[in-house]
Design a protein around this ligand. Structure first.
Ligand SMILES: NC(=O)C1=CN([C@@H]2O[C@H](COP(=O)(O)OP(=O)(O)OC[C@H]3O[C@@H](n4cnc5c(N)ncnc54)[C@H](OP(=O)(O)O)[C@@H]3O)[C@@H](O)[C@H]2O)C=CC1
Ligand SMILES: O=C(O)C(=O)[C@@H](O)[C@H](O)C(=O)CO
Length: 278
């Protein structure tokens, strides 16, 4: 199955479907990512916060895949608020991943009540200028945060990685991204499994002969977002990868969109202030 790519605002191509490794235990990560590569995934979404970049790096090294064939994203952890500390943290990520550049580097959380995200964005701009990342972006940024970056900095984020699933369409943040030429990446795309028993998704899944997870992921794809479902279960990795040989009708798309309850599974970016010790 061929995974389509989207073109980011600096011309870099990103596979629209990837594999997320949040909550994959560090000691299992190499094996899980190698399995994901076997299934066909070529886009891995990790983070300093997940503690498993070294496992991703070990899988990259052992896979025999060319570095250019895999799109790797990592994220600057919340504790690195100062320029030099953030640069050092990025260097450690590159070492752990066994590469001299990532394809995409994100600010993980804006932390608007803790520190100035504009300063962290300038650090990412430097990493980008120095070749440590082919593209830079943000995660969990609200429209006002994106507008501040537009007004006060030089490089437009390539992506905004935000929580999106049928119970949280997150229309405002997606629309701000569209206005500014920023691709939306939908995290927790199946709401960590919470949407899978929904009667509407069950009905549509039955009608198209697919599973509720496939229908949900296909909904994201048809909306034009990037997704990277996580699973440590081989059969689910395969299920989540099989999205490009069926289509949802306009009515199915609208019915899924109507499930929005503004219900987050994760923290609210306007107030999230978790800063780990570094
Ligand atoms: N930037 C940010 O702040 C955040 C980013 N993310 C990113 O998004 C990725 C995906 O989000 P995540 O929170 O992991 O949640 P997901 O929505 O991807 O759901 C993962 C959960 O669903 C289960 N699951 C996966 N596929 C299926 C299936 N086909 N049928 C039934 N159950 C299934 C998994 O179980 P099992 O593994 O046991 O098979 C796991 O418990 C993360 O891994 C991370 O890369 C996530 C949260 C926040
Ligand atoms: O998975 C991520 O990328 C996250 O940022 C989450 O872990 C988030 O920090 C969270 O769920 C905290 O409870």
């Amino acid at each position: 199955m061929t995974v389509p790519t989207l073109t980011l605002n600096n011309g870099v191509e990103i596979p629209q479907l990837g594999f997320g490794v949040f909550q994959v235990p560090p000691q299992d990560t190499k094996g899980v990512v190698l399995e994901a590569f076997e299934v066909g995934y070529r886009h891995i979404d990790t983070a300093q916060m997940y503690g498993n970049e070294a496992g991703v790096g070990a899988a990259l090294a052992e896979s025999g895949l060319s570095r250019d064939d895999v799109f790797v994203t990592t994220k600057l952890n919340n504790g690195f608020l100062e320029h030099d500390a953030a640069l050092d943290a990025v260097k450690r990520s590159l070492d752990a991943l066994g590469t001299d550049h990532v394809d995409l580097l994100l600010i993980h959380w804006p932390l608007p009540t803790v520190a100035d995200y504009v300063a962290r964005w300038r650090t990412l701009e430097q990493v980008y200028a120095d070749g440590g990342a082919r593209a830079i972006g943000v995660s969990n940024f609200q429209p006002a945060h994106l507008h501040r970056l537009r007004d006060e900095t030089t490089v437009t984020p390539a992506v905004n990685q935000i929580e999106v699933h049928p119970y949280l369409r997150n229309d405002e943040a997606r629309a701000a991204g569209q206005e500014l030429g920023i691709v939306t990446e939908a995290w927790s795309p199946i709401a960590q499994g919470k949407v899978l028993d929904d009667p509407v998704l069950l009905r549509i899944a039955e009608s198209v002969g697919r599973t509720p997870a496939q229908v949900t992921l296909r909904w994201h794809v048809q909306r034009g977002d990037v997704v990277f479902p996580k699973s440590v279960t081989r059969s689910r990795m395969e299920e989540n990868f099989a999205l490009f040989d069926f289509e949802l009708s306009a009515t199915d798309m609208a019915d899924i969109g109507a499930l929005d309850r503004h219900e987050r599974t994760g923290p609210d970016p306007d107030v999230f202030d978790y800063v780990p010790a570094t």
